[in-house]
Design a protein around this ligand. Structure first.
Ligand SMILES: Cc1ncc(C[n+]2csc(CCOP(=O)(O)OP(=O)(O)O)c2C)c(N)n1
Ligand SMILES: [Mg+2]
Length: 364
């Protein structure tokens, strides 16, 4: 595996989005472009049968993970969910390792063991996702508890969707974090739907109001604005490491794409609704803002997009050349001494695989 180091905290000179430098703002856009570009490319690879399993994307939600991760320090820990690819990217996971992950290649973050969302490079502070929602809230709460017990100046952050707020784990994590005043930031990614379930069928009150019931602040933020996300998380992290306890940040956004590769969202939401939110696409909006404020002119923006596209194309080409991991790696780190019968079975499976190409599973 590659050995990138975690990205240091930005804006070390200041305490809010005012202190983002021009370079930071250009970087924010670059990470958002990378996330969009990688996921678009991965969706095409999925359709070509080159991405096994199913595929989840974060189209329209790029500002949430990129903006919030930008506010975290290298020593912090991130429990990243299925629409938060930007979190991995900001921490320094390369596009090649991510695309390799999706394609089940040896060069992927888990070395081909898992696909779309279950990965995280712990050396960069990223914790691999647990699929049961929202168990990552409990994992992050446990990490924050450890930081507190050890007296460390570190913070945990996790993301979760509007649908996750109906589960017991949400309440358990919020309660314990509030009781213990833990250094944790909870980011509620309100993208209007949980699969096909709309907000009005999910909760009777805005869930951000529940923070007060657990004894800590809850704030609502524009989840389509990376600078707003940065500022909200920065402030929450400052409070957390200063002993002030958790914050719940509701990032209001919209899932522009389908729930997953197996979903047709037009069965439960209108095209007019989609078009209205498309007009608030965080990428285009932020690009316009950077142009209007003179941070990135047309030539700079075109060069940035071209560089991102080239980086993604190179990553795909590199991973396509790598191939899947040897089946023998299935039993690595599992047995002290693998049983001989298992070795023989794997050799047989290797012969079968050599004769059949990798394809998608039946969708879940
Ligand atoms: C406990 C549990 N039930 C069901 C699922 C299947 N599932 C995966 S994503 C998802 C929708 C979750 O909605 P939300 O929390 O709003 O997140 P979003 O996908 O909208 O980002 C569901 C039902 C799951 N992973 N865990
Ligand atoms: Mg949702």
């Amino acid at each position: 595996m590659a050995t990138e180091t975690a990205r240091p905290a930005v804006a070390e000179s200041g305490g809010d989005a005012e202190h983002l430098t021009r370079e930071d703002r250009v970087e924010l856009l670059r990470y958002m472009l990378l996330m969009r570009g990688i996921e678009e490319r991965a969706m095409n690879l999925y359709r070509q049968g080159k991405v096994p399993g199913s595929f989840y994307d974060g189209f329209g939600q790029e500002a949430v993970s990129v903006g919030s991760t930008f506010a975290m320090a290298a020593q912090d820990r991130l429990c990243i969910l299925h629409r938060d690819l930007g979190g991995h990217l900001v921490r320094g996971v390369t596009p090649a390792r991510i695309l390799g992950q999706y394609m089940g290649r040896d060069g992927g973050v888990t070395g081909g063991r898992d696909g779309n969302v279950h990965f995280g490079d712990y050396r960069l502070g990223c914790v691999g996702m647990v699929s049961m929602l929202p168990d990552m809230m409990l994992v992050a709460t446990g990490m924050a508890m450890a930081f507190k017990l050890r007296g460390e100046q570190r913070c945990a952050i996790t993301w979760f969707g509007d649908g996750s707020t109906s589960r017991g784990d949400f309440h358990e994590a919020m309660n314990w974090a509030g009781v213990q005043k833990l250094p944790i930031v909870f980011v509620l990614e309100n993208n209007q739907y949980a699969y096909s379930t709309p907000l009005h069928a999910q909760f009777a009150v805005d869930p951000v109001e529940r923070a007060a019931a657990y004894g800590f602040p809850g704030v609502t933020t524009d989840g389509n604005d990376p600078e707003a996300m940065f500022a909200a998380v920065w402030e929450a992290r400052e409070r957390a490491v200063g002993g002030g306890g958790p914050t719940l940040i509701e990032a209001v956004t919209y899932r522009l794409g389908a729930h997953s590769s197996s979903d047709d969202p037009h069965r439960y939401r209108s095209e007019a609704d989609e078009a209205a939110w498309k007009g608030k696409d965080p990428l285009e909006r932020f690009a316009l803002w950077l142009a209007a404020t003179g941070v990135l002119d047309a030539a700079g923006a075109a060069a940035q997009r071209a560089a991102v596209e080239a980086e993604i194309a190179a990553a795909v080409a590199a991973e396509e050349g790598i191939g899947p991991p040897p089946l023998r790696s299935l039993i690595e780190n599992v047995f002290a001494k693998p049983p001989a019968a298992l070795e023989e079975q794997l050799a047989e499976l290797e012969r079968v695989r050599a004769a059949a190409p990798v394809g998608n599973d039946a969708d879940r």
